[in-house]
Structure formats: structure tokens, C-alpha cells
Design a protein around this ligand. Structure first.
Ligand SMILES: [Zn+2]
Length: 648
């Protein structure tokens, strides 16, 4: 007999499969029953999945992600790409993770278990078991649905790639057989790679989780029931529409805090749930305030947060590998009990992971194939949010007079970038994890910040709102973002996106040679009144006044092209601003003035954030004679050059 100790909190929803009045066009409807077996570090589950064939094709096979098999052995694609299994992992059998499909059948119909086949659409690695195919006896006709019943056993790994267990802390993610996306008439069901994330269809999740009663549970969605069972376990039921994944967590050492949060404009009403590990309770206020900042920022800048709950999970120190990961309406952040005020790592991770509810959660782009659409747009949003709430200069660190901004943090990564990869590439095709991270997070964020400076904040803000509004609960690709940017700005931006999304090259403009020479009086045979230096200027030399020929050269050192502004300042304070389309390798400007050049700055307003070297962007003109040392070095260099031609 089961005894209800918490009444059903919300039972007013009408649950009709694939016909709910939600915000998305629902393709999947999962009803999962799961039981945590702490001793085995495993979850025993059964799932009833209704899948809607939204294509105009007859579908005769279904494909599923079995993500946990990435952690099954060192032959999986995930482990091979990682080139190394975590220390101790290989020694202890219980540290590995996997998922077994014990049974899969059409509900009240034929058993499909014997048709299970592992496929490797990305790399042909026959040892990889992260994608499963089942054959159907009859194809699913267009615009119809099929319901399947599956039994599975998920052995969780010791926490790795943001999933698994650490002692009695469980982060249960990527844990159930998850159907791929039938996209443009084909199955889009990639293997689990070392540095790729996920892609799935929107729909409804109703999940019942049974855990020992001492465990505190948190999950995607809203808890609608909790039932105490006779065997000392509790079954909690969570429900959510308009999402494409479901994760949950359980730990006896979580302390749960709840608070309602609302915003007037735009209207937001949601319940904040913090699950903080007992050892980090002193960080509760930092989590709460940064999460509120995140909800406010994203709601006001992109669109109202639409879900009834948001759950923050704080992993214990030993489970930090679970930290910093997003799932719909639930995310993991991280902190340390010693983290000082003024170090905003916890705030940054909280805002970033919450933000993924927008860029990945609501706007459901394909993280396998175009990760910048979630990580890049989200890093751009995070940088702006951190600046707003924690100060422009010290938004990552502001301690004892030392200030580092989130912007600088990302910029350092770009400066260190290796030019091996562009921003758009399939996640597993990057040279390594570092170039993946630099490109899809930092470089993509800086691309958007550069675009914002180029188009203006008002236009960029409208682009972001329009993109969110138009593509929420859908699966956009890069071209969709570009189309919105062009439509809203009224400009052809192909030149911009073609370069920055597809080229691994860098953008670097610099001040080149500067000269300022006194103009000699006219000499030689002159005919009539001449314009002696009419090459760029029409100013005439007046005999009675000293004049200078000031020459400024600016150079393009990188392959990428971006329009530049150049500020030239003269000794008497006169300033001239020049514009240069930046296409040639160099450009010379000449000014005949009664005074000398003082300084030159490329991009004086710091609009071109993608420029990888700011140090060469400005230079003071010093009309000094060459120092003896520089002279000697110059001579040596010339001598070496001559030698290199004559040596064998
Ligand atoms: Zn992220």
C-alpha cells in the first residue's frame, strides 16, 4: 500500500499525449519510472515513449542515444577521443558506466529487442555502443505516432562529463534511452563524443523517481506528487512540457531552499529551488542572488522565462565534475566553501548555466553540429550579464585592487588560439578540446560583441530578441541566425559571418610605420605654381612657415577583414579620423601640416573586439634619432641577410 504524504501539488494539467496546449510542437512524450539503487550505483527504469513522425516519410527504423555507453570501456568513441580514461577508473569495475536495454517493444505489440543493433554514424568505431537502432515490423506513416515500452538498467559511472555518482551524490543525466531527431527526413542521432553535447526534440516528460527516503531529490520540471512507499522509499513525480531532456539528482546531504520569483516586465513567475550541499550552505545567498540576476537579465533581454520552476544543483567537492552543466529547468553550478567575495566564479557559472535554458533549452539548436549557437551565444549573454551585475572591469575578480573582467577572461583564450579551427564545425572534428572551447565559446562570443559594436546596441538587442522569439522551441541553424541579423539590421552581413564563422584565421590590424619629415623648400627646375605634395593633400607649402610631411601607415596583419577607424593626433592637438575598409594589406595616409604627428590609434574606441593584438593598435610618434644600439642591431640584421644569400 502506498501512502500519500504530499498531496498532488499540481494536478490541474490536462495530460493528453502530444496534444497538450504547450508552447512547442511536441514530438516526444516520455513517461519514465526509475528506481535508484544506491548500492549498485544504478537506476532501474522503464519508459513508455510516444513518438510522433512529423515528416512526410514512412519511417521503418528508430534510432536512440545510449549515452551512458560512452563510459563503458576505453574503446568507446568518447574515451578514444579523450585519449585517456580518468585515473583509477580502469582499475575499479564499479567506476564504469553503461546502459542495458533489457526489453524494447511496441506497446501492446511486437517485441523489438532482437532487432537492436549498435550503429556508428560518425566514425565507424564498431566498439562504440552509444547509438542504437531498432527495426519496425511496419513503418510509421507520416503524421502518425508510435508508442514503445522499454525496460533499461543504467549503471552510472563515477562522476565524469557531468554525470554519475560520487559516494552518495547522484547526478543522473543522459541516463535513459533517448530517441534521436528525425531532422529534414533523416535520423540525426550522433554518437557521444568527448567534447560534444546534445540534440533532441521537444515534448512532454513525466518521470517518477523512487529513492530511499533519506535522499533529497531534484529534477527537471515541477514536482507534482510525492508518495512514501512501504519499503522505506519515496516516489517523486515530476512533470514538464516544452523541454527536450530530463535530468535529476539525489543526495542525502542536499539542503533544499525554495523561493518564488516574479518579474513584472516581462511577466515571470517561477519557483527557485536550490539544492545546496551541506558543506556549502554559506554560499546560499550568492547562488540565490546570481540566479535571480540571471533570470532577470535573460528575461528582460531575450524573452520571459517560461517555466514554473528553476532548480540549481550544487555538487559536493568530490563531485565537482558534475558542476557547470545545463539541462532544461535544472542546472549544476559549482562553488568552494572558501571562495572569497570578489571572486565571481560561482556567479559566472550560475548565470551561464541558467542561460542555457535559453540557448539550448528553449532555442533548441544542434549542439553536436553547431555548438556556437548555444555556447557562443550564451557566452556573449553571460559576459553582458556579468558586466551589468558585477561591474565592467571586475566582473570575474575584484579583490584587493586587482580587477579582471569576464570579457578579459574570454579574450585571453582568443589571444592564445591556435588558428586550427573555425567557429562552425562538427564538435568531434575539432583539432582538440582546447580549439573547440576557444572557438565555440570565446571566439563566437567576441564575434557577436564585435557585431554589436558594428551595428549598434539597439540593433543587436533587436536581433537577439527576434532570434529568440522566432526560433524558440524550434531547431535553428547558423543560417537562421544570419537571416535574422540581416533582416533586422537591413544589411547584407554575409561578408561578416562567412569570415568569422568559417575561417580559422585571425583579425589583427596594427599601426605600421610613422614618419614626420620637414618639408624642404622647393628646389630644382619648377614650372609655374606647383602642388609639390599633391599625392593625398592639396595643401600648399608656404615658404615662410615650417611644414611637415606626416606619413601614417596602417597594416592588416591577419587574414580576416574588418572596416577600421584610425585616429591621428598631431602635436597641436588636432585630430583626424580616417575610415578604411581594411581590405588591402596596408594603407598610407599623408598629411602636410605645420606641426608633427603625435600619435596614431587603430580602432580608437575598441569596437573591434576580435582583434587579437591590442598592443600594436596604437603608437606614439617619437621623432628621435636612432639609438646607437638599435643602429647596431639593424646593421647586424642586414649583414645576416646578406650572408644568407651567399652561404651554401
Ligand atoms: Zn555552456
Amino acid at each position: 500500500m502506498k501512502k500519500t504524504f504530499l498531496l498532488i501539488l499540481f494536478s490541474l494539467f490536462a495530460f493528453s499525449q502530444l496534444n497538450f496546449a504547450g508552447l512547442s510542437n511536441p514530438i516526444v512524450d516520455y513517461h519514465i519510472k526509475a528506481k535508484l539503487i544506491p548500492g549498485e550505483k544504478a537506476v532501474l527504469g522503464e519508459v513508455v515513449l510516444t513518438w510522433f513522425n512529423d515528416s512526410d516519410k514512412f519511417i521503418s527504423e528508430l534510432q536512440f542515444h545510449l549515452y551512458l555507453n560512452a563510459f563503458k570501456n576505453n574503446r568507446s568513441t568518447f574515451m578514444r577521443e579523450r585519449r585517456g580514461v580518468p585515473r583509477n577508473f580502469k582499475l575499479k569495475k564499479r567506476d564504469w558506466g553503461y546502459i542495458e536495454i533489457d526489453k524494447i517493444q511496441i506497446k501492446d505489440g511486437p517485441d523489438l529487442t532482437s532487432t537492436i543493433e549498435y550503429i556508428q554514424p560518425d566514425d565507424n568505431n564498431k566498439d562504440d555502443q552509444t547509438v542504437m537502432r531498432v527495426s519496425l515490423p511496419e513503418p510509421v506513416p507520416p503524421r502518425t505516432k508510435i508508442t514503445l515500452y522499454t525496460e533499461f538498467y543504467s549503471k552510472l559511472p563515477k562522476v565524469i562529463a557531468r554525470t554519475g555518482f560520487y559516494k552518495d551524490f547522484f547526478m543522473v543525466a543522459q541516463w535513459f534511452p533517448k530517441i534521436g531527431v528525425l531532422w529534414k527526413g533523416e535520423w540525426n542521432c550522433h554518437q557521444y563524443h568527448s567534447h560534444s553535447e546534445f540534440f533532441a526534440d521537444f515534448g512532454v516528460y513525466r518521470v517518477e523517481m523512487t529513492v530511499p527516503k533519506e535522499y533529497v531529490v531534484g529534477a527537471t520540471g515541477k514536482r507534482i506528487a510525492a508518495v512514501r512507499n512501504e519499503d522505506g522509499t519515496i516516489t517523486s513525480t515530476y512533470y514538464q512540457e516544452d523541454i527536450h531532456d530530463f535530468a535529476w539528482t539525489a543526495c542525502p546531504d542536499f539542503v533544499e531552499f525554495k523561493e518564488n520569483y516574479s518579474l513584472k516586465d516581462p511577466p515571470v513567475n517561477t519557483e527557485i529551488i536550490l539544492l545546496i550541499h551541506r558543506s556549502h550552505q554559506n554560499k546560499k545567498d550568492r547562488y540565490l542572488s546570481s540566479l535571480k540576476n540571471g533570470i532577470e537579465f535573460y528575461s528582460q533581454n531575450y524573452g520571459a522565462y517560461p517555466y514554473p520552476t528553476i532548480t540549481l544543483v550544487d555538487p559536493p567537492f568530490g563531485g565537482l565534475r558534475a558542476g557547470g552543466m545545463e539541462y532544461p529547468t535544472l542546472f549544476t553550478s559549482l562553488t568552494f566553501s572558501w571562495m572569497p567575495k570578489g571572486m565571481y566564479l560561482t556567479e559566472m557559472v550560475t548565470i551561464h548555466e541558467f542561460g542555457h535554458n535559453y540557448w539550448y533549452g528553449i532555442v533548441g539548436s544542434n549542439e553536436f553540429e553547431e555548438a556556437w549557437l548555444d555556447e557562443g551565444i550564451n557566452s556573449y549573454s553571460e559576459i553582458k550579464a556579468m558586466e551589468k551585475y558585477y561591474g565592467k572591469d571586475g566582473s570575474m575578480l575584484n579583490m584587493h585592487g586587482l580587477k579582471i573582467s569576464d570579457l578579459v577572461f574570454h579574450r585571453l583564450r582568443i589571444i592564445a588560439s591556435s588558428r586550427m579551427d573555425p567557429i562552425v564545425k562538427k564538435a568531434w572534428e575539432y583539432y582538440n578540446g582546447a580549439t573547440y572551447g576557444i572557438n565555440v565559446y570565446s571566439k563566437a562570443a567576441f564575434m557577436l560583441l564585435t557585431l554589436e559594436k558594428y551595428l549598434g546596441e539597439g540593433v543587436m538587442s533587436k536581433i537577439m530578441r527576434t532570434y529568440f522569439e522566432r526560433w524558440k522551441f524550434k531547431h535553428p541553424i547558423s543560417e537562421d541566425f544570419i537571416a535574422v541579423a540581416e533582416e533586422v539590421s537591413g544589411q547584407d552581413l554575409d561578408w561578416f559571418f562567412n569570415q568569422f564563422l568559417n575561417s580559422p584565421d585571425i583579425l589583427d590590424y596594427a599601426v605600421g610605420r610613422l614618419r614626420s619629415q620637414e618639408v624642404k623648400k622647393p628646389e630644382g627646375i619648377l614650372e609655374g605654381e606647383q602642388e609639390v605634395f599633391g599625392e593625398h593633400q592639396n595643401e600648399k607649402i608656404q615658404n615662410q612657415k615650417k611644414m611637415y610631411r606626416n606619413e601614417v601607415v596602417v597594416v592588416r596583419k591577419g587574414e580576416l577583414i574588418f572596416p577600421q577607424e584610425i585616429l591621428i593626433t598631431f602635436e597641436e592637438g588636432e585630430e583626424i579620423r580616417e575610415k578604411w575598409a581594411g581590405k588591402e594589406r596596408w594603407k598610407r595616409f599623408v598629411y602636410i601640416k605645420p606641426y608633427r604627428l603625435k600619435s596614431v590609434q587603430v580602432d580608437p574606441d575598441n569596437k573591434v573586439l576580435l582583434d587579437v593584438n591590442y598592443l600594436n593598435n596604437s603608437r606614439l610618434f617619437k621623432p628621435k634619432m636612432m639609438s646607437p644600439l638599435k643602429c647596431a642591431l639593424g646593421l647586424m640584421f642586414n649583414f645576416q641577410t646578406i650572408l644568407s644569400f651567399v652561404s651554401f
